[in-house]
Structure formats: structure tokens, C-alpha cells
Design a protein around this ligand. Structure first.
Ligand code: HEM
Length: 511
């Protein structure tokens, strides 16, 4: 008896502790947003959410209004879906809302990388230095060279016969952009001698192709990996792929490369100098590969597809490209030099810029998340206030809150290439709801402290690819009646959406 009581008490406290962790005791308190825990302890709604986050959020919004708290895999997440109140999220101080603990957990779960204390500060600093301004100029030139290398054969062979070539548009766009951008950031094979230059280029083509194949398999597992809902078989597959890709990106191999970008080099040096193990640095290299390559290729697919589906948009963009080419004194002709698309020329394309922004509005759908570091009051634009608990998360899903709000963007599901242009041709930034200006009218890059660090480079590379494709080739859908495919719904919340099927297109030289 003497031992039994303490044992029973210990068991009881374990049970209560367990139930507490499962969220069984959490109750809605006055002043808090509506609470929706779902029926499964701890997991809450995570399975439903990971199947189709957009549908889930829309349903909960209809039921609870534009602010509500749900339980997702052990986390209480409050969604803020009022487009006029997003400033309260974006501008809140880091003492209250922090992105870093969430990012730390995500990169550990997906890439096995354990973050250091100053990782995020360093990432922002090196990204500002290397992915903007002068750094971006250097990257753009390298990107141009790599794109020309990957496209050169096609341009060459297509020029021989002016017949149509056929391909899947998603794989075509994703493949070329991934490979050119990977080579630009992670470096090229180094030529051993003068005549080795062609060999090095060939090595770049082959190595980037092999990496793309592995990356695509990893990329397909990514949503389940991020939500932590992989089956044991998939978990094993993800681990194998991770090791394979890390091996290709390894520090050892990188040191044998030429022209590694400052972005990757600085990130690597910083960790090496801080005594991080090589295997851990390799995992970070994979995280950077995903951040830099997971969204851009799919976005270029959608842009090319929308242009093919909207002849008036295609005409306007092509006219702009022809004008920019002509003003630079270049023309595309059989046997002539390849196009030298400079950084300055890319600044002269407001129509292409608007078409790209419209594409991102329609097809990029991240969930932006912060960890709540202290109890706080969420102040809405219309005066409502909500108490948010320390330890919870605050999130927003701009795609449904803003991108497809018909008041902010009339006819929101249609592609309008000039939606982001004023009548005088300048960039349009004024959008309204209920007569009030909407500051965050499109958020494909996220916002605030965690806003995409590579957004200028991303826009520039997509524009480079589209510019070159349209300058060199005439392109059209194999089936002119082809419908725009639906999204792969498992990717809501991840960034650029993927189509749920491939779209065939054909191309032939314009010269
Ligand atoms: C169309 C292409 C791209 C899209 C739509 C996109 C979108 C995003 C989004 C939504 C975030 C998260 C923002 C948040 O949680 O608040 C993000 C973060 C990030 N992106 Fe991009 N991205 C793209 C391309 C790129 C490229 C090309 C690079 C690098 C070369 C890059 C580097 C990063 C990095 C490093 C972060 C983490 C920022 C941080 O932790 O502070 N992205 N991106």
C-alpha cells in the first residue's frame, strides 16, 4: 500500500499531462477567437488541412468568420483572413510574433538541419548583399549564360529544321529554370583547359539534369513532409533522396566548382567558420536549394500557359519583347549571335512585369506563420480585438484572404495580363475594398521579416526564361481547346501551386 499510492498518483499525473498535451482541456476563453479543435485529440484537423488547406480555411471562415483558431498537429493556429487587418500581423514586433522558431522546426523536420542562433540574421544579410542590387546584376548575367547553355542545343537543332517540337510544358519550364538557376547559384563545372570549356558545359548539362530528377521526387513528397503526414515507406524514400541530393551539393564537391554565387559561398563559409559539421552544412545547402528552386519553375509554367491561352496578352508581351530587342540593337536570325539579354533590358518590360504579377496572384498560395511569444491582443481594422495566447501560432493565407477577393481584384479567377498596369503604362499599386486602400493587395512573397529573400532574383529569372522562349520560338498549345488544369490541392500553403496534370505544347524557331 505504501508504494501503491505514489505510483497511482504518478500514473494519474502522467495521464493528465498526456491529455493536456493532446489539447483535451483547452477551452475557449472570453475575448479569444472562436476555437475549433476537431474530433481527433492532438492531431485536430491536420489530415483534412493537408488534403486541401484552401477548402478547409474557406469552410472555417464561413463557419466562424475571418478570425478563428484551429488545432493542427498539436499546434493551435489562429488564422487571420481579413485583408484590411493584415498589417496587424505583418508589422507586429518580434518580441510578440516571431517567424524563427517556426522556420527552425520546419527545416529540421524537412531537411534534418539544426539551426544556429544567428542563422536567420545572417541569411537576411547575405541575401540583401547577393540577391539584390549589384549582386543581382552579377547573378543575372550568370543566369543568362546558363540558360543559353541549356537552350543552345534546342536553338541550334530547331534552327536546322523549322518543324514543330513537342513537349510537356510543366516539365519543360521547371527543368530549364531549375537547372540554369542551380548552376548559377551552386557553380559550374570547372574547365581543365581551353578545349575543356565545351566539356565543362556538357558536364553542367548532364549533372543538372540528374539532380533535377532527384529533386522532383523529393519535391513531390515535400507537402506531406512539411505537414508531417508521410507513411513509413514515404519517410524512408524522403530520407534516401535527401542523402542523395546532399551528396551532390556536398561541400567537397562544391569546392571543385567554378563561379559559385556569393549567396551560397557566404552561407557555406559562415557555417564552416563556426565549426559546423560538414554533413549539417550539406543539409542546409539542400534547404537553400528547395527555397530557391521549388517555386520559380512552376511559376514560369503558369505564365507561359496563361500567355498561350490569352492571345491578346501574348501579343502585348511579344510586342514589348520585340521593342526591347530592337532598342538594344539586336535581332534574332538564323545563324546569328545568341541574344544578349542584359539586366538593363529586363527593367524595360512593364507589361511582362504585370503579367508575371498576375500569374503569381493566381498561382502562389503560401501560408504565412508566426509563433506567438507572449499573450497579445490582435487589433482588427474595424475595431474588433482578440486575445491570442502565448505559445500559439498566428497565420494568414493571402490567396483566399486577398488574391481572390472579388472586391479587391474583380473577376478574380481570370487572368488579366494588364491588371497591375495603370492606363499610362506605369505599375498599378492602388487596390480598394469597401472604399479603403488595401495595402497588401498581393502577397506571393509573404511579408514582413520573413518576406522572400530571393524575390528580385526569382522575378528576373522567370522573365529571362519567358523572354528567351518567346524571342527564339513560336509556341502554342498542342490542343488549342486545352483547359487550364486544376491545382494539385495537396500543395496549398507551400508556395507556387503545381498543376494536377501535364499540358502538351509545341514550339518552333521564329527565325
Ligand atoms: C516564384 C518564386 C518564389 C516564390 C513565389 C517565393 C515565395 C516565398 C515565400 C512565400 C516565402 C516565405 C515567406 C514567409 O513565410 O513569410 C519565401 C521565403 C524565402 N525565399 Fe522565396 N520564393 C521564390 C523564389 C525564391 C528564390 C529564387 C530564392 C533564392 C534565390 C528564394 C529564397 C527564399 C528564402 C531564403 C526564404 C526564407 C526567408 C526568411 O527566412 O527570412 N525564394 N519565398
Amino acid at each position: 500500500m505504501g508504494l501503491l499510492l505514489p505510483l497511482l498518483l504518478a500514473l494519474l499525473s502522467c495521464l493528465i499531462g498526456g491529455l493536456y498535451l493532446l489539447g483535451v482541456f483547452r477551452r475557449h476563453r472570453p475575448g479569444e477567437p472562436p476555437l475549433d479543435k476537431g474530433l481527433i485529440p492532438w492531431l485536430g484537423h491536420v489530415l483534412e488541412f493537408s488534403r486541401n488547406a484552401f477548402k478547409f480555411i474557406e469552410m472555417k471562415k464561413q463557419k466562424h468568420g475571418d478570425v478563428f483558431t484551429v488545432l493542427l498537429g498539436g499546434c493551435y493556429i489562429t488564422f487571420l483572413q481579413d485583408p484590411l487587418s493584415l498589417g496587424a500581423f505583418v508589422k507586429e514586433s518580434r518580441e510578440k510574433l516571431d517567424f524563427r522558431p517556426f522556420a527552425k522546426q520546419l527545416v529540421q523536420r524537412v531537411f534534418g538541419y539544426v539551426s544556429g542562433e544567428h542563422d536567420h540574421t545572417f541569411l537576411r544579410a547575405t541575401s540583401n548583399k547577393n540577391l539584390q542590387g549589384e549582386g543581382l546584376k552579377v547573378l543575372s548575367q550568370a543566369m543568362m549564360d546558363n540558360l543559353q547553355n541549356l537552350m543552345s542545343r534546342e536553338i541550334g537543332s530547331a534552327a536546322d529544321e523549322s518543324s514543330w517540337k513537342e513537349d510537356g510544358l510543366f516539365m519543360y519550364s521547371y527543368n530549364i529554370l531549375f537547372r540554369a538557376s542551380y548552376l548559377t547559384l551552386y557553380g559550374n563545372a570547372s574547365p581543365k583547359s581551353e578545349e575543356g570549356e565545351e566539356k565543362a558545359k556538357e558536364k553542367d548539362r548532364a549533372e543538372s539534369e540528374a539532380l533535377f530528377k532527384e529533386f522532383r521526387k523529393f519535391d513531390q513528397l515535400f507537402p506531406k513532409l512539411a505537414y508531417g503526414v508521410l507513411s513509413p515507406r514515404e519517410r524512408l524514400e524522403a530520407k534516401t533522396l535527401r542523402e542523395l541530393i546532399c551528396n551532390t551539393l556536398s561541400v567537397q564537391k562544391m569546392k571543385m566548382k567554378n563561379e559559385i554565387s556569393g549567396w551560397i559561398w557566404d552561407m557555406h563559409q559562415y557555417r564552416e567558420e563556426n565549426g559546423m559539421k560538414e554533413s549539417m552544412i550539406n543539409r542546409y545547402m539542400l534547404a537553400l536549394l528547395w527555397a530557391s528552386q521549388g517555386n520559380t519553375g512552376p511559376a514560369s509554367f503558369w505564365l507561359l500557359l496563361f500567355l498561350m491561352k490569352h492571345p491578346e496578352a501574348m501579343r502585348a508581351v511579344k510586342e514589348e519583347i520585340d521593342k526591347v530587342l530592337k532598342e538594344s540593337g539586336q535581332e534574332v536570325r538564323r545563324g546569328g549571335p545568341s541574344i544578349n539579354l542584359t539586366f538593363e533590358m529586363l527593367k524595360e518590360t512593364p507589361i511582362l512585369d504585370s503579367a508575371l504579377e498576375e500569374t503569381l496572384r493566381l498561382c502562389v498560395a503560401p501560408v504565412i506563420t508566426r509563433v506567438v511569444l507572449q499573450d497579445m491582443t490582435l487589433k482588427m481594422a474595424d475595431g474588433r480585438e482578440y486575445i491570442i495566447r502565448k505559445g500559439d501560432r498566428l497565420a494568414m493565407f493571402p490567396y483566399s484572404a486577398v488574391h481572390i477577393d472579388p472586391e479587391i481584384h474583380p473577376d478574380p479567377h481570370s487572368f488579366k495580363y494588364d491588371r497591375f498596369l495603370n492606363p499610362d503604362g506605369s505599375k498599378k499599386t492602388d487596390f480598394y475594398k469597401n472604399g479603403q486602400k488595401v495595402k497588401f493587395h498581393s502577397m506571393p512573397w509573404g511579408s514582413g521579416v520573413s518576406m522572400c529573400a530571393g524575390r528580385f532574383f526569382a522575378s528576373s529569372e522567370i522573365k529571362q526564361l519567358v523572354f528567351l522562349v518567346l524571342a527564339y520560338f513560336e509556341i502554342e498549345l498542342k490542343n488549342p481547346e486545352e483547359k487550364i488544369p486544376e491545382f494539385d490541392f495537396s500543395r496549398w500553403g507551400m508556395g507556387t501551386m503545381h498543376p494536377n496534370r501535364e499540358v502538351q505544347f509545341r514550339y518552333r524557331p521564329t527565325f
